[in-house]
Design a binder for this molecule. Structure first.
Ligand code: FAD
Length: 285
């Protein structure tokens, strides 16, 4: 079995950000990154628009993180919307931009894509992309994992079998989908370790600071919402500041418990929110 050690330093804290939709918001994202950089994360990852839209923006942002902030940058990269030729160009651009870590994903189907377009992609599963990158580049490759199983997988066990294939193909570490009940993550960790999936696994934490997030981001992720969090939203959802505070408190309690369990890393889905991320980091020390 091929299992590479991560070339990243031991990660205990990392953030995910996304490229702004409009070009005029770009200066703002650099300030967000400077502020997030002050929190000393071990790495920052930058998402890739569904279907490969605005790929160049992910490269620009990760280059800034790597070259200007001197923080390990992870560029997300997807099978969807990408031909082999696009991928080669993207890898060359990443190299020129000084970015050497990627999170290799299958990607979700954009709303504008037909079934036929979605199913005719050249790399079908993330593992196909990982194998290609491993063979043709020197990139450090990370993968995604799902504590509550991926929504399309017929069973938790089958999803884990495919996860093991990604690790055997050469991913150096895994970043988890968001979850709101740590018990799912601990169950997933036990099962993954039992299958000899021994790479570092970063726990994905999404602070819920508005009621709207449950209807959008969270429902797309397929992650379940425990009663305690649903009650918080029912109680504070209408008051912006109270909801923000209650959501931060929930995320902090989740993180502290994960830290006490000695997880490899905490990956905060920052949603580009500096104030919330800073408050969480100061509370978790
Ligand atoms: P895969 O590992 O390919 O798995 C997808 C499904 O196929 C699973 O059900 C799996 O069990 C199954 N499967 C895998 N291999 C096989 C096989 N050989 N045979 C049969 N079934 C198989 N999306 C974006 O568009 N842009 C982003 O930037 C982005 N960032 C993300 C970051 C993280 C940390 C996570 C967790 C997700 C992110 N996503 C992003 C969403 C992701 O693209 C979707 O969740 C997508 O549906 C699955 O991607 P994957 O890489 O996990 O797919």
């Amino acid at each position: 079995m091929t299992q590479n050690n991560s070339t990243l330093k031991k990660s205990q804290l990392s953030f995910e950000i996304f490229p702004p939709k409009k070009d005029e918001e770009f200066e703002n994202v650099y300030q967000i990154l400077r502020d997030l950089g002050k929190l000393n994360p071990d790495f920052i990852s930058c998402t890739y628009g569904a279907g490969g839209s605005r790929a160049g923006k992910t490269i620009e942002i990760t280059s800034f993180i790597q070259k200007e902030l001197h923080i390990d940058a992870i560029a997300h990269i997807t099978c969807v919307g990408f031909t082999k030729e696009d991928l080669e160009q993207n890898c060359a651009a990443l190299k020129a931009a000084g970015v050497s870590h990627v999170l290799a994903l299958r990607g979700d189907r954009p709303q504008t894509m037909t079934d036929e377009q979605f199913n005719s992609r050249e790399f079908y599963y993330a593992v196909d992309l990982i194998r290609y990158l491993k063979e043709h580049t020197t990139l450090d490759i990370l993968g995604a994992c799902y504590p509550e199983k991926h929504f399309e997988a017929p069973s938790f066990e089958e999803d884990l079998r495919h996860l093991k294939e990604k690790v055997e193909a050469g991913v150096s570490s895994l970043i988890s989908q968001m979850f709101f009940d740590n018990q799912y993550f601990y169950r997933f960790l036990d099962k993954a370790r039992a299958l000899n999936i021994n790479v570092p696994i970063h726990a994905g934490i999404m602070p819920i600071t508005t009621a709207k997030q449950i209807g959008t981001t969270v429902s797309l992720s397929g992650s379940s919402v425990p009663k305690e969090l649903a009650d918080i939203i029912a109680t504070y959802g209408d008051d912006k500041e109270d909801m923000r505070k209650a959501g931060i408190d929930y995320a902090v309690r989740q993180i502290r418990d994960l830290q006490e369990h000695g997880v490899d890393g905490i990956h905060i889905y920052s949603m580009n929110k500096v104030k919330t991320t800073t408050e969480i980091c100061s509370m978790i020390g």
